[in-house]
Design a protein around this ligand. Structure first.
Ligand code: COA
Length: 259
């Protein structure tokens, strides 16, 4: 039996019903994704998921180094989103018995985790979510939460989809929902594998195939980028729709290179 530790963050404040419902959707998806690495991660002890809502998280005291990441002209909403993300991280690290430490940003926006910690962050107003894992091994971890209504405002299919993905998106009863799933899943691939590839991954470098009975996408690297992105090989992205949201999660341990 394994469980993913899930911090209810506002244990002292009654949880908003909506947040609890969203948290349940997130937790189910994360548990599915973590299952693929169950042996390596000793789950129940080494993974922590936190969701913070704007309604419940009124303020957050930045570490001075975190505050310096933001430019003085950052708009209040962006500042609040960033603060909520950092609050989620702080609680997740505490849940793993690590910290307190600031989590800064690298050159391409990637979070810089303490030694032995890996994770991912997503913001989708009014929520911020952090998934943090502790391991001596190296995992790609990516999460992404999207609001379906917002995602449906602009048709970005020609920018993000390969031909077969477009066929799949058009073949369902809700084109925008499928498009949001593809977008969200691809963003997790970028977030998860940037630390291995150290370069931008274009949406069309990757092709997803939906496996309905497993509620996940398999991921294939296309064309000339196969060698550069070989760490992605074999990766799967779990993806769920609930309460007007799409949530994607990947946890993958790249195969060791054979010399
Ligand atoms: C970086 C990106 C994925 C962020 O996604 P988003 O939907 O805009 O925003 P989210 O709130 O979900 O995620 C933001 C978090 O992503 C993380 N992030 C940003 N750049 C990252 C990178 N290079 N590597 C890993 N994580 C990164 C950060 O933790 C950030 O939160 P923070 O600024 O509070 O620390 C997106 O802006 C982007 O550049 N996408 C294009 C690349 C891509 O997705 N390609 C598809 C490849 S198949």
């Amino acid at each position: 039996m394994f469980t993913t530790l899930v911090d209810t963050f506002t244990a002292l404040v009654p949880r908003e019903l909506e947040t609890t419902a969203v948290e349940n959707g997130l937790r189910t998806t994360v548990i599915q994704a973590l299952r693929s690495c169950q042996g390596a991660l000793q789950l129940g002890r080494n993974a922590f998921l936190v969701i913070v809502s704007a309604a419940e998280q009124q303020s957050y005291a930045f570490y001075p180094e975190e505050e310096q990441i933001l430019s003085p002209s950052t708009c209040p909403k962006k500042r609040t989103e960033f603060a909520m993300g950092r609050a989620a991280i702080r609680h997740a690290l505490r849940g793993l018995g690590t910290g307190p430490v600031p989590v800064l940003r690298g050159d391409r926006g990637e979070p810089i985790w303490p030694e032995g910690i890996m994770g991912s962050i997503t913001h989708c107003w009014p929520w911020a979510v952090a998934l943090v894992v502790r391991s001596g091994r190296s995992f790609a971890i990516g999460i992404d939460l999207e609001n379906l209504e917002k995602a449906g405002m602009v048709d970005i299919s020609s920018l993000i989809c390969t031909g077969p993905e477009l066929d799949w998106a058009r073949g369902g009863y809700d084109f925008q929902e499928r498009l949001a799933m593809i977008f969200s899943a691809k963003e997790t691939v970028y977030k998860g594998f940037y630390r291995f590839c150290r370069r931008y991954i274009d949406f069309k470098d990757v092709e997803l195939s939906w496996i309905p009975e497993r509620q996940l996408f398999t991921v294939e690297i296309l064309g000339g980028t196969r060698n550069e992105f070989r760490s992605v090989r074999g990766c799967e992205v779990h993806c769920r729709r609930f309460r007007g949201l799409v949530f994607s999660c990947l946890v993958h341990e790249p195969a060791k290179e054979v010399a």
